[in-house]
Design a binder for this molecule. Structure first.
Ligand code: OAD
Length: 247
């Protein structure tokens, strides 16, 4: 069943000069990537992301955290972008100004063809030195985690852990684009984790029309102008198809 897209929303999209999008784990769920609210599976079922994705967890047991990310990298390496990722990549080519900020670290937006992507929480496929914070290639290095070939400190995934600051430039750009946007889509996020969850509010304060795409309600729902209660793949494909039929 194709998601119903209100005509007024198609009009708003057609009139929008600037569209900004925030995505969360929900847009990758249809690719087979578990969301943070999904239970962890397999040998990781006894761990919570909150207990692994932290600097303290890495200091306490770097090998455990490194192995968890190696498992997630393998999982993500084996999946494909879905219709939701592809619809946003197409939308970027259809509207005058388009910004996509994602909390996801799976790289699926870029693989789907999106260009202007702000990775607010980093990218699981990139590795950095935990001391120098410079990108390092772990290929061929021994150890879990391997040591930095330059300074000897442990290597770590280039992702934002709980309690760590977001990449300043990426987040400031995302805030600015949200404020300037005419239409803001919040897709597949529980809208619980700050500061990313503040972006829809920045859009609202800038006078944007805010749309939530999520099968479940979230703290954003009462503030959104429109809610598409469907999986992102269906809702975004229907939105882009309706937009293309309207111009
Ligand atoms: P969550 O797991 O918190 O929320 C996923 C959201 O996606 C939920 O609201 C689901 O209802 C929704 N959802 C599930 N399937 C969907 C589908 N097919 N289409 C659309 N929506 C769907 O993931 P995030 O909101 O991304 O932070 O979590 C935000 C941050 O919390 C993550 O980036 C991570 C986590 O802790 C860090 O790691 C720093």
């Amino acid at each position: 069943m194709a998601a119903e897209v209100p005509q007024v929303l198609i009009e708003a999209l057609r009139e929008a000069r600037s569209v900004a999008v925030l995505t969360g784990a929900g847009i990758s769920a249809e690719s087979g990537v578990p969301t943070f609210r999904d239970a962890q599976t397999g040998l990781w079922e006894h761990y919570r992301p909150e207990d692994l994705a932290t600097p303290e967890a890495f200091d306490r047991d770097p090998g455990l955290v490194w192995r968890w990310y190696a498992w997630r990298r393998e999982l993500v390496g084996g999946v494909e972008p879905n219709a939701g990722h592809r619809a946003l990549a197409e939308l970027e080519s259809l509207v005058p100004r388009f910004t996509l900020a994602t909390q996801n670290v799976d790289g699926l937006h870029r693989r789907a063809g999106s260009h202007n992507v702000l990775e607010l929480h980093g990218d699981i496929s990139r590795t950095i030195c935990s001391r120098e914070r410079l990108t390092r290639d772990p290929e061929g290095l021994e150890g879990e985690p391997p040591s930095c070939p330059e300074c000897g400190a442990y290597l770590r995934p280039d992702v934002v852990w709980f309690g760590e600051a977001l990449p300043v430039e990426a987040f400031e750009t995302a805030q600015e684009e949200a404020r300037e946007s005419d239409l803001f889509l919040s897709v597949g996020t529980s809208s619980l984790v700050q500061p990313a969850a503040s972006l829809p509010q920045a859009a609202l304060s800038g006078g944007a029309t805010v749309v939530e795409v999520n099968p479940e309600p979230t703290p954003l729902t009462p503030h959104a102008d429109y809610t598409l209660r469907s999986p992102a793949g269906e809702a975004l494909s229907a939105l882009v198809a309706a937009y293309k039929n309207s111009v």
